[in-house]
Design a protein around this ligand. Sequence first.
Ligand SMILES: Nc1ncnc2c1ncn2[C@@H]1O[C@H](COP(=O)(O)OP(=O)(O)OP(=O)(O)O)[C@@H](O)[C@H]1O
Length: 257
Amino acid sequence: MSTPQDPNVREQPAVAATGTSREAILSTKGLTKKFGGLTAVDSVDFTVDKGEIRCLIGPNGAGKSTLLELITGQLSPTDGDMYFDGIDLSDLEPHERMDAGISVKFQSPHIYESLTVEQNLRVPLNRTDRDIDVVLERTLDRIALAEKADEPASDLSHGEKQRLEIGMAVTLDPTFMILDEPVAGMSVDETDDIAELIRSLHDDGMTFLVVEHDMEFVRKISEQVTVLNQGSVLTQGPIEEIEADEEVRRIYLGENA
Ligand SMILES: Nc1ncnc2c1ncn2[C@@H]1O[C@H](COP(=O)(O)OP(=O)(O)OP(=O)(O)O)[C@@H](O)[C@H]1O
């Protein structure tokens, strides 16, 4: 639970993740990022428990992407601490955070358009000693692209490209996956496919932190939601409570529900 520094930040309720585990996999303490005079992330205390799917919502400019980039190591904090599975993240470079089990899929697809689906999946596996054929078969099955394994990625739909990129991350068996707006620009069917993929990876034990504006999608995947506003955690709790919260509705949901 946080101790809010800002008088506008309300006390956060305790977070019951899936109801089966309350062991933190990720926690931040006083995490702060300033860009010159702008404080994008403002003394954030934030915890994600093992085995949960946590959604992070908030208006444009709330600091969501900055928070993700601090966790993955793309950005360095101005102040504060971050721990992942008992490890102090400030000691780790971005690639070492990946090796520790953190994987990230940013908003726009980072796939190799000229390579086939299977060749894309081989890219992250090149630097591992995994049984590549076994991992490939399992991943193609998981992302429902086995029939398109030999097609160039450029021929895939937007939703399939996003699934492929999640698949590339999944080949490395991350324990913690960060997704930044994974269903932006998708049709309802494509969105449902991503929700199903996330739920099935979650059933296999993966923990998720998902930034998303699409509240219909948030309802499908998440029990616990954290609301970020002006760089601070405004509140967090079960999706039903968040959607009923008048202040959250005023600053955010009124425009996006
Ligand atoms: N590299 C940067 N340099 C300067 N300011 C930045 C930088 N990155 C982000 N900001 C600012 O920090 C604040 C938080 O931005 P951030 O992108 O984290 O918000 P967000 O919640 O992800 O917004 P959105 O939903 O629009 O993606 C914004 O005011 C933004 O302009």
